[in-house]
Ligand binder design. Structure first.
Ligand code: GLA
Length: 389
């Protein structure tokens, strides 16, 4: 949708003009899955899909939330910004961000009329919720004059997800939405939040996203289970290695892990830890490979990442497996894996430009034959992070 159309929609909804417009993107993660909440590196890129927010002050001492995606108007008094709404309302994502400003001691004295619009396919694992959170945090940072930096805005979005959506997510999605840069991937160390922007120079290769449109979307229950299982694995490993100071699973070397792997009593915890330890190393290797221009190596590591997420982390499911496995058969595909939380959602593939039409046809056909569903394909445009328009 064009900015002008959104301005028009605001005028229709509120009978006055928007004074401010903001945008924040979704993301695709190239590699480094389920490493963020274990203190590892991730390697996401911001996309051109995202969420827009149009705003104008009102004289009514209320926040009004509307969205062009969901026919719903929610009006809240300014002293009601710290309590989540019932029934998993979409308003909890932006409201959770406002609550963080209030918790930090920021006084919200002015009401605003807000209109959101998002074009990140929902439930696709491309961070539609992070886009919604970060656009809100970015906008209110401007509107309230709070001067937080982009990392702080990402943390506000993450806190909203924890406290208002009940998902104990890591920082990757909100960070990518806040800090993304056109044609760059973000090498983010989730333990320190230090990051480096790495140019994505793929010379004749494109990043292609395939959407399973699988009915099961990011399941917060299964996601939170993985977070908990990693905590349990860490506790057992600390005892087995006699290293009470071991900070997180990402700080564990492959050698140390292998020395105690067979002694771990819980087979689930063992598998989860095996994925994290391997994925941490694959992510570092893939980033190094991209920097050296060794895209073939990066592709191999992406394939290995999928296998580990399928067999050890158990977050892929038949739809994502069908897409990745079909992609691996197509000549011109350099690598393919699930991206994001898993349990449905999307795969990300590196595909030689001339092979893209065959890729879409062959993978699409194989996917429908296996699952009865129809996949969608998008060529990723790696774009900038949150901004005022
Ligand atoms: C979701 C979470 C992220 C991250 C990924 C898996 O997208 O929001 O924090 O854990 O899953 O890598």
């Amino acid at each position: 949708m064009e900015l002008n159309e959104l301005k028009q929609a605001f005028l229709q909804a509120y009978d006055k003009e928007a004074t401010h417009a903001f945008f924040s993107p979704g993301r695709v993660n190239l590699i480094g899955e389920h490493t963020d909440y274990n203190g590892g590196h991730v390697f996401p890129c911001a996309l051109s899909f995202g969420t827009w927010l149009m705003a104008a002050p009102n004289d009514d001492q209320v926040m009004r939330f509307r969205s062009l995606n969901i026919p719903d108007v929610v009006t809240l008094e300014l002293d009601c910004l710290t309590t989540p709404l019932p029934d998993k309302s979409w308003v909890n994502y932006p409201l959770g961000c406002l609550a963080q400003f209030v918790k930090k001691g920021v006084e919200v004295k002015q009401g605003y009329d807000l209109l959101f619009y998002g074009n990140v396919p929902p439930g696709a694992g491309l961070s539609s919720s992070a886009a919604l959170e970060v656009v809100t945090a970015y906008a209110f940072n401007v509107l309230l004059g709070t001067g937080y930096d982009r990392t702080q805005l990402a943390l506000i979005g993450q806190a909203s997800e924890h406290e208002f959506a009940g998902v104990n997510c890591g920082i990757m999605d909100q960070f990518a939405s806040a800090q993304g840069k056109k044609d760059h991937a973000i090498d983010l160390d989730c333990a320190t939040l230090q990051f480096e922007l790495v140019p994505v120079k793929l010379d004749g290769i494109k990043v292609v996203i395939a959407n399973t449109h699988s009915p099961h979307h990011l399941d917060s229950g299964a996601y939170n289970d993985r977070v908990r299982q990693c905590g349990e694995a860490l506790r057992e490993i600390r005892l087995l290695l006699n290293r009470p100071d071991l900070k997180d699973l990402a700080s564990l070397s492959q050698e140390d892990f292998q020395s105690i792997e067979d002694k771990m009593t819980d087979p689930i915890a063992r598998k989860r830890a095996r994925h994290v330890v391997g994925e941490v190393r694959r992510t570092q290797d893939a980033i190094a490979a991209l920097k050296e221009g060794n895209i073939a190596r990066m592709g191999e590591l992406m394939n290995q990442s999928h296998v580990s997420l399928r067999d050890d982390y158990e977050v892929t499911g038949p739809e994502l497996d069908a897409l990745a496995e079909a992609a691996w058969q197509v000549p011109g595909v350099v690598g393919s894996r699930m991206t994001g939380g898993g349990f449905g959602g999307c795969t990300v593939s590196l595909v030689r430009e001339e092979a893209i039409p065959t890729f879409i046809e062959e993978v699409g056909k194989a996917y429908t034959a296996k699952t009865g569903l129809k996949a969608d394909f998008y060529i990723a445009e790696i774009s900038d992070g949150a901004r005022q328009l």
